[in-house]
Design a protein around this ligand. Sequence first.
Ligand code: UDP
Length: 334
Amino acid sequence: MNYDLKGAKIIVVGGAGYIGSHVCKTIAGHGGVPVTFDNLGSGHEHAVQWGPLEVVDLRDKSQTLTACEKHKDAISVVHLASSIEVGIGEKAPAEFYENNVVGALNLLDGMRAAKLNNLIFSSTCATYGETDQMPLLESQIQNPFSTYGKTKLAIEHMIQSYHKAYGLNYVTLRYFNASGADESGLIGEEHDPETHLIPIALAAAAGLRGKMKIFGTDYDTPDGTCIRDYIHVNDIADAHICALEKFEAGLTAAEVNIGTGKGVSNLEILKMIETVTGLPVPYDDAPRRDGDLTRLYADPQRAKDVLEFTARHSGLKNIIQTAWHFHSAKWNVN
Ligand code: UDP
């Protein structure tokens, strides 16, 4: 993909986070200038390395309007900021709705006032809910199970309404399992608390946390563990560049899965970690985790057709190698 952003400014809301920092680096790699809007609640200032940072909390409407007005020369907004820990969403839905839905509404209004007309929104496969239809097509009914998925779906609907009434152009990217890290080792996954399989299993392999738990070994899958579609974070970042290019070509509205189309089981992840690190991953079988679906993987065809996007970094070995490169340096283990 050779798309040249020619110095264009792009607002990246949540640019200090895991996916956001990779999006910023990729934008800069294509000659653009990413301007991060982030409240640094879960993002990290040290991850903002490719453009300026505006400390903005979307829940504060006047702050959001002011920041949008200041950067109204941007060609697009990328919105990635949100609460993401599924378990916390079940215990504290008020916080989730305020941060995700009210925040997105304020951003949409800030964009409208500043005449910022292009939006790339990070949604999730968690908006689909329980289904036996695999791979998942974008036309699949969306009936999310978790508060997290419900907030993302509410935002998808808001964006569709703003498109219809106010002419907002949008690309909603429904990510599958973001994973891996930039090859440079400069940025990677740094959640606190960490709940995701790969960083937890790497920490277990590094001897930093004792045995990990594999949630559910009695699923109806070949090895009894859940199946997910792991997509490298730099592929996700590339999908944003494809969307920017398509805005320029006249795309006005699309919902697109961003996955590989390939399902990988939890035990296959552990096996690959053992191969890459040369270390065993100590684990215990544990009961199923509330809310986990048996298998989730994307139909990636629409991403190819609409965005001309194909995953190039998402071989499982590369995902684990890049994640290990980042984490082992951070933890100071070899
Ligand atoms: N998982 C696990 N042990 C952990 C964390 C996750 O067995 O400590 C499993 C989880 O139950 C699911 C898969 O790993 O089957 C992927 O979970 P993750 O939280 O990484 O992503 P999700 O698919 O929930 O977005």
